[in-house]
Design a protein around this ligand. Structure first.
Ligand SMILES: [Zn+2]
Length: 144
């Protein structure tokens, strides 16, 4: 998934290249549109890189999620019938309600009730990052 995330930079050069050719020799509005789309992807990836942020679904996150699953299947589980579910703000055990991992769920473009077009726009704006802040992050902010 992370490779695909950064591969978007490579694919963004295709509309950038065709847009350049279209601006010079073909339809200017078409070229401008291609530049806008390709430029959006390149700028969003580069700003993330400069900010030192990972893709919203990192290997580190996957390891922490797997760790929650391992603990729930071991003797140290939260209750006798552990059933961890990744809710919007955290991974919580459905049986006992205990929060197992305070990590907001990344938005991977699941089908939602708001339809494909609104969902696509939301995914473009958030770039797959969770919209809500996990309660752990909120408490960090209040301490500052
Ligand atoms: Zn439990």
């Amino acid at each position: 998934m992370r490779a695909f995330y950064w591969l978007a930079l490579v694919f963004a050069t295709i509309p950038l290249g065709f847009g350049w050719a279209s601006l010079g020799h073909g339809s200017a509005p078409m070229g401008f549109g291609m530049w806008t789309v390709g430029g959006w992807v390149v700028v969003s990836r580069i700003t993330l890189l400069l900010a030192g942020e990972e893709a919203p679904w990192s290997k580190d996150l996957a390891m922490r999620v797997q760790n929650v699953k391992n603990i729930s299947e071991s003797d140290q589980s939260c209750c006798s019938m552990p059933s961890p579910h990744w809710e919007v703000t955290a991974i919580r055990c459905i049986t006992c309600g205990k929060i197992l991992l305070n990590e907001a769920r990344p938005d991977l473009g699941r089908p939602r009730s708001d339809g494909k077009i609104k969902g696509l726009i939301r995914l473009l704006l958030t770039d797959g990052k969770p919209v809500v802040v996990s309660s752990e992050d909120e408490s960090d902010d209040s301490e500052e």
